[in-house]
Write a protein that binds this ligand. Structure first.
Ligand code: CTP
Ligand code: MG
Length: 387
């Protein structure tokens, strides 16, 4: 199915007011180019779309590799074309690259890098409902004055019907294409050009996070917004190793593995659950398994390791955290993990109430795992501060 939605992301400006060495869309926003941040928002919106990135001639290859990185398997859905001298000519270049199947088009500034994905969906829906142009708008909250040439205040403007507007701006494709082809003047946004061609434009609610990065101050603001978003995240790691014990049953990852050598060690020797507990405790700053549930404690001597997981989760939640996800790597020659990987992931995700993913590897015959003496498990846990 070819998409009937087209999203033009204009990124061909030089960014003179930002003053970065590279064009604005390629400047770094916390280590990731502004264009890449913007495309992540586009790809998180719901409806599949043809995406046209409009880039400076000097940065076509850079734009292509950013697009490929974000699009992954869907990279064929992104075209990259060269922009023009003005924003308007850049949008025109984007329009020319749309596939004939596209009936609704959004025009979006790459410079609005943190635009929430839901805004794309909101604008598309409104275009289809009204058949007209749609722009996201937010009320003007500052008092607005008219000022004369000598800085004298001439009066206060009634701001009750004033809004400031953002992108993505959405339009029926055919009408926008005709309006662009006929445009004589330079317009400040796509909606003005569309309205000048006699079409109706209405607003939907905008989003504060869709602000445009124009000056160094704006870039700093975007960095701070991203910083606040990750401020409550904590990562932790855990490792556990146990030797095989032929006489014991094998419990690994909370599953029973019939016909496999068991693991020696505290409780049932479940290295995966122990590594997960250590990772959770480490992320929460709560020490480790040994210091929390000492081997001396008779309550835990022969306990199934699930008990540790439940106790650990209670401690972590008590310290004000929720589990975001856990990734585990199992190192060893036995048991073979692949045939039961999904069962294992489902079991552990259920136990933790968060996604748990499992990887497995051998060590090419090297070391104690390679010689088949035991199993190692490494876990990484991500926690977020609960609100
Ligand atoms: N844009 C474009 N082609 C142009 C000019 C602007 O594609 N010839 C894009 C910019 O890349 C940006 C968006 O239009 O994503 C909004 O423009 P603006 O914020 O003004 O960016 P610049 O023109 O790059 O910045 P400045 O005006 O400070 O030079
Ligand atoms: Mg500009």
């Amino acid at each position: 199915m070819t998409p009937v939605l087209g999203i033009i992301v204009v990124a061909a400006g030089s960014g003179s007011r930002l003053g970065a060495p590279e064009p604005k869309a390629f400047a770094s926003l916390r280590g990731v180019p502004i264009l890449e941040r913007a495309l992540h928002g586009v790809f998180e919106s719901v409806e599949p779309a043809q995406i046209v990135v409009v880039a400076p001639a000097s940065h076509l290859a850079a734009a292509r590799s950013i697009a490929d990185r974000v699009a992954g398997a869907a990279s064929a859905s992104v075209s990259v074309v060269v922009g023009g001298e003005t924003r308007q000519s850049s949008v025109a270049a984007g329009l020319a690259a749309l596939s004939p199947d596209v009936s609704t088009v959004l025009v979006h500034d790459a410079a609005r890098a943190l635009t929430p994905p839901l805004l794309f969906d909101r604008v598309v829906r409104a275009v289809r409902e009204t058949g007209g142009g749609i722009i996201p708008a937010l009320p003007v909250t500052d008092t607005i004055k008219r000022v004369g040439p000598d800085a004298e205040v001439l009066g206060t403007v009634d701001r009750s019907d004033l809004v400031h507007v953002q992108t993505p701006q959405g339009f029926p494709r055919a009408e926008l294409a005709v309006a662009y082809a006929a445009a004589q003047d330079d317009h400040t946004d796509d909606a003005a050009l569309f309205a000048a061609a006699g079409h109706r434009v209405s607003t939907v609610e905008g989003e504060a996070r869709a602000f445009k990065i124009t000056t160094p101050w704006d870039l700093r603001r975007a960095e701070n917004v991203l910083g606040a978003q990750t401020a409550g995240l904590r990562v932790g790691t855990g490792v556990d190793v146990h030797a095989y014990d032929e006489s014991a049953p094998l419990w690994l990852g909370g599953l029973y593995w019939g016909g496999e050598p068991g693991l020696a060690g505290h409780s049932d020797g479940d290295a995966v659950l122990h590594a997960i507990c250590d990772a959770l405790l480490s992320a929460a700053g709560l020490g480790d398994l040994g210091s929390r549930f000492g081997t001396a404690d008779p309550r835990f001597a022969d306990a199934a390791s699930e008990v540790f997981v439940r106790e650990t989760l209670a401690l972590v939640r008590g310290a004000g955290f929720e589990v975001v996800n856990v990734a585990v790597q199992i190192v060893g020659v036995r048991p073979k993990i692949a045939p039961r990987r999904s069962e294992l992931e489902a079991r552990l995700s259920g136990l933790l109430g968060a996604p748990v993913t499992i990887g497995a590897t051998t060590t090419d015959g090297l070391g104690f795992t390679g010689r088949g003496e035991g199993v190692a498990a490494l876990a990484t846990a991500l926690l977020t501060a609960s609100v």
